[in-house]
Design a protein around this ligand. Sequence first.
Ligand SMILES: NC(=O)c1ccc[n+]([C@@H]2O[C@H](COP(=O)([O-])OP(=O)(O)OC[C@H]3O[C@@H](n4cnc5c(N)ncnc54)[C@H](OP(=O)(O)O)[C@@H]3O)[C@@H](O)[C@H]2O)c1
Length: 244
Amino acid sequence: MNIQQNTILITGGATGLGLALAEQFLINNNTVIICGRRKDKLEEAKLQFPLLHTRVCDVSKKEERIALIDWLFKNFQQTNVFINNAGIQNYMSLTKAINLDEVTNEIETNITAPIHFANLLLPHFSGKQNSYIINITSGLAFSPLALVPVYCATKAALHSFTLSLRHQLKPTGIQVIEVAPPIVDTNLGGSGRNDNNITHRGITVNEFALETIIALQTNEVEIAVGQASNIRLKREEMFPLMNR
Ligand SMILES: NC(=O)c1ccc[n+]([C@@H]2O[C@H](COP(=O)([O-])OP(=O)(O)OC[C@H]3O[C@@H](n4cnc5c(N)ncnc54)[C@H](OP(=O)(O)O)[C@@H]3O)[C@@H](O)[C@H]2O)c1
């Protein structure tokens, strides 16, 4: 992938991995649009990187997904890269009553949204030179961390969907890339991870973004960053080690 002069939308781009990728894409002369639910976080990101374009959107809502794509191609017709990065991670004990609304929201955000976006992008991206859908999965797509069971199931589903999407979209020319991050120090999952001053045993967002940008310039279609490549290699063999 040529990582210059693209027009790129990153869902969930106001914080964490998404914002670090946005910064790298800006440095490389791309037009970058980010979306997320929290207006204040989008404004903070724009203050930090004034060239960013922002849009409030809750990707878990069907109508907002449709409105985002309508707005995007009205305002940035040349958009050729769409990164499904928005994600949530809920800790859940399956020995107690679960909150089904929370489960549904996690599934809508992490897997239904990328499936729907792929379909909404089809008329805009088909036949367009250098169009890319990039799905951010996780090392946990290949072997789950039992503490976040639905999250891992959605990432495994997104990995599987990405394989089928890549295969089916071949005749359209749309290229489909998967990026599986390792543990990265962000606020994902909330509790226990929302102290920005301590490490959560992960790499930094900048390390992640730099490694990803380098890998995107190769022809790799499945990019497992750092420790995620070890989990991808060993898959469920890793499960006992990860869930002691
Ligand atoms: N950090 C890790 O260790 C790690 C490892 C593997 C994979 N990943 C994946 O990397 C991606 C980014 O996560 P992160 O670690 O950077 O965490 P993060 O900082 O919490 O970023 C998630 C972003 O998604 C946005 N978001 C969440 N729900 C949304 C919704 N319904 N609509 C629109 N935006 C939404 C959030 O903004 P709002 O709350 O304002 O909407 C936030 O900006 C996720 O897909 C995650 O699964 C992370």
